[in-house]
Design a protein around this ligand. Structure first.
Ligand SMILES: [Zn+2]
Length: 72
């Protein structure tokens, strides 16, 4: 089974949009539980990793501070 790839700082789209109407969540903490922050209303929620993986639709944007910037 394919595992979805996500990292700290990524902005993801969930299967269900947040009640505020925004469907962009930023991963702000990783661990046993994942803390995501709604990009629209800045509300953050802590959800178990398994539940997060199930409700994750796709990764919209990768974390910008990635090491693979290229150049010098
Ligand atoms: Zn929201």
């Amino acid at each position: 089974m394919e595992r979805k790839q996500f990292e700290l700082g990524d902005v993801v789209e969930m299967k269900k949009p947040h009640p505020c109407g925004t469907n962009e969540m930023e991963i702000i903490r990783m661990g046993m539980d994942i803390r995501i922050k709604c990009v629209g209303c800045k509300h953050s929620v802590l959800i178990p990793r398994l539940k997060f993986e199930k409700s994750l639709k796709k990764v919209l944007r990768r974390a910008e501070n990635s090491a693979e910037q290229g150049g010098e």
